[in-house]
Design a protein around this ligand. Structure first.
Ligand code: NAP
Length: 676
C-alpha cells in the first residue's frame, strides 16, 4: 500500500498537489510515511482568499472572540493528541519530545487565549499606552492604537517542532485578527497537516483564516504586499534568500526571522562541584543535547565553565551522557530518538567535522551508535557528541557553526569578562543560561550579555525545582534573538500579537478619541443625568456616564478620628510643626486614604444593585495636600468596560477629586465588577 498523500488546505478545501510528489521517510525505519506536493496550486488566489475572506471575517470579531477560538483549538488538539503522538514517533521524537511539540503547542494556544482575554479589550482596537496631551487647553490630543493589518501572515516553519512551531505563530496571528498561510517544513509536514486538520474540524476557524501549503510556496512571494508579514523559522541561508526577495524589499513586507543560534550556557564562578548549581548545569547541558536529539533552536551548543573546573565538568558530562540510550523513540527504554532524516544526519556529521578542527571529541562517535529498535541502516540515528575546545578565545567555528543535532562543545573561561565575551561571540542568540547563586554575577551578565541574547535564563538552587529550563520558549516571554538568531521576536504575550498589527497615532479632540477607542478621555462629553451610574447594569452603562457629587468639608476632627481609628498617626497628619518642616505640606493634612474613603462615601450609591464588587485602584496619585477646612468633591465617570463572562464585566471609572478651588486633589482609576 502506498503512503498517504498529504493535502493542502486551500480556500476551505483539502486538495492534493498535481503531480511532483515528494516522499517523506520515517526517521526511524526509513520507510515512506507520506507523500506530498503543492504543485499546481494558485498561490495568488490563496493570498486573495485570505485577504478578502479570512481577514474580514477575523476583523469582525473582537480580541476576546478570537481568544475563545484559540481555546477551542487547543482543546481539540488535546482531545486528539494520541493521533498526533503516533505520527510524532516517525519524526524520530520520543513521547517526551512530542509532549513539548504537541501539548506544548496546545498550551501555547491556551496561554495566548488567556493573554487575549486578560490583557486585550473585548473590542477590535487596542490602545497602546496612555493618551498624549499635545495642546495647552486639552482640546487636541493623541492616542496610539493598534488595528489588525489587512494582509496575510505567511508562516514558513522549521521541521523540528511541526505542531508547536505552527501554533506559536498561529496563536498571536489569529488573536491579532490576521489570516495565515502556513508552510510547514516538508520533512515533518504530515504532523503539521494532521494538527491543522484537527483544528479545521472544530468548525471554529472562519473561512480563509488559515490555509496550508504542504510543499513549495511556488510564486507566492511574487504577490506579497506591504500589508503582509512573513514569519520564517529555519536556516540563516534560507532566511537570507527569502529576505532578499525583490518583493520583500520593494513592498516593505514585514519579515520576521528565527534562524541559527549558537546558544551558550555558563557555569558561574561561584558554582564549584560541591554546589547544587554545578549538578544543575551538568543535567541541563545533557538534557539540552539530547531532548529532540538536539534539534532545538534553543539547545545548548556551547557549555562554558571556569578554567579550573574544565576537567570536573567534562567527567560529569561524560558520565551522564553514557546513560543516554538511543533508538526507536516509541520504545520506553529509549532516551533519545533519531534525527529527522539521514540528510540531516549527514549535515550534522559534516558540522561536527568542522568543529573538530578546533576541538577534540571527548564523548561519542558521529559514525557509530548502538540502537534499541529502529532500523540502524535506514533510520537517522546518531550518538550524542561532546567536544572540548581548550582555546575558545582564538577558535572561530565553535562560535559560528551550528550542528543541529545532539552536539555541544565544552570550553573554559578565564574570568567573568571572558565568559561574557565568549557568550557574545555567538553574535546573537535566542537564549543563554547562567548557573549562579550570586546576584551580582547575574547582574554583570545581564549588563554584559543582554544585548546579544533574546532570553537569559538564570538558574540556581532556589529556582531549579520550578524552573522551565534553558531551552523552553514560553508564550508570555519573547522568543527570538538579535544578529545570527535572525533579529526576530515572537511570542511574549501581547508583544507577539502586535507584530501582526499596525500602530497608528490618532489625533483629535477628546470626544473624537473617545469615539475611536470606546474609552472615555478627559475633556470628552459626560452624561450626568439620572439615574446614578451604579444603578445601571453592565450592558446599559454607557462610556461617559458620570456622577458629580456634593461637597464635603474635612475637619481636624475627621483627621484625628481617622488617625485613631486606623492607627495611622504619621506626623504629617498629627504634628503641625513637623509637617510644616516637610517640603510637601503646609502643615497638618488629611491622610490620602481618608480622602479616598471620603470620596467613596460621596460617590457610592449604597443600595444593592448591579455593582458587585470594588476590584481595585490603578494610577492613583495624590496631587494637592488637603488641610483641615478644605472642601472636596468627586467626579466619577465610566471610562471603559471589559466583559469577563456571562455574569459580570469589569468597569473602569475615571475618578477625579477636587478641592474648593477646583484644584485636583487626587486622581485614579477605580475598577468595579458589574452584573451583566
Ligand atoms: P531550512 O532548510 O531553512 O528550512 C526552513 C523552512 O524553509 C522549511 O519550511 C523549508 O521548506 C522552507 N524553505 C526552504 N527553502 C525555501 C524557499 N526557497 N522558499 C520558501 N521556503 C523555503 O531549515 P532547516 O535546515 O530545515 O531547519 C533547521 C534550521 O532551523 C537550524 O539552523 C535551526 O537553528 C533553525 N531553527 C531555528 C529556530 C528558531 O526559532 N530560531 C527554530 C527551529 C529551527 P522545505 O522543508 O519544504 O524545504
Amino acid at each position: 500500500m502506498s503512503a498517504p498523500i498529504l493535502k493542502n488546505f486551500v480556500a476551505g478545501k483539502w486538495v492534493e498537489g498535481m503531480g511532483g510528489l515528494v516522499e517523506i521517510a520515517s526517521a526511524v525505519t526509513g520507510e515512506t510515511v507520506a507523500q506530498t506536493s503543492s504543485a499546481g496550486l494558485d498561490f495568488k488566489a490563496m493570498l486573495d482568499h485570505a485577504r478578502t475572506v479570512g481577514g474580514p471575517a477575523l476583523r469582525k470579531l473582537t480580541f476576546h472572540d478570537r481568544a475563545y477560538i484559540l481555546k477551542d483549538l487547543g482543546k481539540a488538539i488535546m482531545e486528539c493528541k494520541e493521533e498526533l503522538y503516533k505520527l510524532n514517533f516517525q519524526t524520530g521524537a520520543t513521547r517526551k519530545d512530542g509532549w513539548i511539540d504537541i501539548e506544548g503547542g496546545a498550551g501555547t494556544l491556551f496561554a495566548m487565549s488567556s493573554t487575549g482575554r486578560r490583557h486585550l479589550p473585548d473590542d477590535k482596537i487596542f490602545m497602546d499606552g496612555p493618551a498624549e496631551q499635545i495642546s495647552r487647553e486639552g482640546s487636541f490630543m493623541g492616542q496610539h492604537i493598534y488595528t489588525p493589518r489587512h494582509g496575510v501572515a505567511v508562516h514558513i516553519n522549521a521541521f523540528n517542532f511541526p505542531v508547536w512551531g505552527m501554533l506559536e505563530k498561529l496563536a498571536p496571528t489569529l488573536l491579532a485578527g490576521v489570516p495565515a498561510i502556513v508552510k510547514p517544513a516538508t520533512n515533518t509536514a504530515y504532523l503539521a497537516e494532521a494538527a491543522l486538520r484537527i483544528m479545521v474540524e472544530t468548525g471554529r476557524l472562519p473561512d480563509g483564516a488559515v490555509q496550508l501549503i504542504v510543499g513549495s510556496v511556488g510564486d507566492l512571494f511574487d504577490h506579497l504586499t506591504g500589508q503582509d508579514t512573513v514569519s520564517f523559522t529555519g536556516s540563516a541561508q534560507t532566511a537570507s534568500k527569502l529576505k532578499n526577495h525583490p518583493r520583500i524589499t520593494s513592498q516593505s513586507v514585514r519579515f520576521v526571522a528565527e534562524q541559527d543560534s549558537l546558544n551558550a550556557s555558563v557555569l558561574g564562578p561561584d558554582a564549584t562541584p560541591d554546589t547544587p548549581e554545578f549538578d544543575l548545569f551538568i543535567k541541563e547541558v545533557v538534557r539540552e543535547m539530547t531532548v529532540k536529539a538536539g534539534q532545538k533552536c534553543t539547545a545548548i551548543r556551547r557549555a562554558i565553565v571556569p578554567m579550573d573546573l574544565l576537567g570536573a565538568a567534562e567527567d560529569a558530562l561524560k558520565a551522564r551522557l553514557a546513560k543516554i540510550t538511543v533508538g526507536d523513540p516509541a520504545n520506553d527504554d529509549v532516551r533519545m530518538g533519531a534525527l529527522v532524516s539521514q540528510a540531516q544526519r549527514d549535515d550534522v556529521r559534516d558540522k561536527i567535522a568542522i568543529l573538530a578542527n578546533e576541538s577534540e571529541i571527548v564523548f561519542g562517535d558521529p559514525h557509530k551508535v548502538e540502537v534499541i529498535g529502529g532500523d540502524i541502516n535506514r533510520g537517522a540515528f546518531i550518538s550524542p557528541v561532546l567536544l572540548r575546545c581548550d582555546n575558545p578565545q582564538s577558535a572561530v567555528n565553535v562560535h559560528e557553526v551550528e550542528a543541529f543535532g545532539p552536539v555541544s562543545t565544552l570550553m573554559p573561561y578565564n574570568d567573568l569578562d571572558d565568559a561574557i565575551a565568549l557568550c557574545n561571540r555567538g553574535e546573537g542568540s535566542l537564549v543563554m543560561s547562567l548557573f549562579t547563586h550570586d546576584g551580582q554575577i547575574a547582574r554583570d551578565f545581564a549588563l554584559g550579555a543582554g544585548a546579544y541574547h533574546g532570553r537569559i535564563a538564570i538558574i540556581n538552587r532556589d529556582s531549579a525545582k520550578e524552573s522551565t529550563g534553558h531551552g523552553s520558549p514560553l508564550p508570555v516571554l519573547v522568543h527570538g534573538g538579535p544578529g545570527r538568531a535572525g533579529g526576530g521576536e515572537e511570542l511574549g504575550g501581547v508583544r507577539g500579537v502586535k507584530h501582526y498589527m499596525q500602530r497608528t497615532a490618532i489625533q483629535g479632540s477628546p470626544a473624537i478619541i473617545t469615539g475611536v477607542t470606546n474609552s472615555w478621555m478627559k475633556g470628552a462629553e459626560t452624561d450626568a443625568s439620572a439615574p446614578h451610574p451604579f444603578r445601571l447594569k453592565f450592558g446599559d452603562l454607557n462610556i461617559g456616564k458620570t456622577i458629580e457629587t456634593k461637597p464635603r468639608t474635612i475637619t481636624l476632627d475627621d483627621i484625628e478620628h481617622f488617625a485613631e481609628f486606623t492607627g495611622d498617626n504619621f506626623y504629617a497628619h498629627m504634628d503641625d510643626e513637623a509637617a510644616k518642616a516637610n517640603p510637601f505640606f503646609p502643615g497638618r493634612v488629611a491622610h490620602g486614604y481618608l480622602i479616598l474613603s471620603f470620596a467613596a462615601g460621596l460617590f457610592v450609591d449604597p443600595a444593592p444593585g448591579p455593582v458587585l464588587a470594588n476590584y481595585g485602584l490603578d494610577e492613583l496619585r495624590f496631587l494637592t495636600p488637603v488641610p483641615a477646612g478644605d472642601t472636596i468633591k468627586v467626579r466619577l465617570t465610566a471610562k471603559s468596560k471589559k466583559k469577563r463572562n456571562d455574569e459580570y464585566g469589569e468597569v473602569r471609572w475615571d475618578v477625579l477629586v477636587t478641592n474648593q478651588d477646583d484644584e485636583a486633589v487626587a486622581s485614579y482609576d477605580l475598577l468595579t465588577m458589574n452584573a451583566i
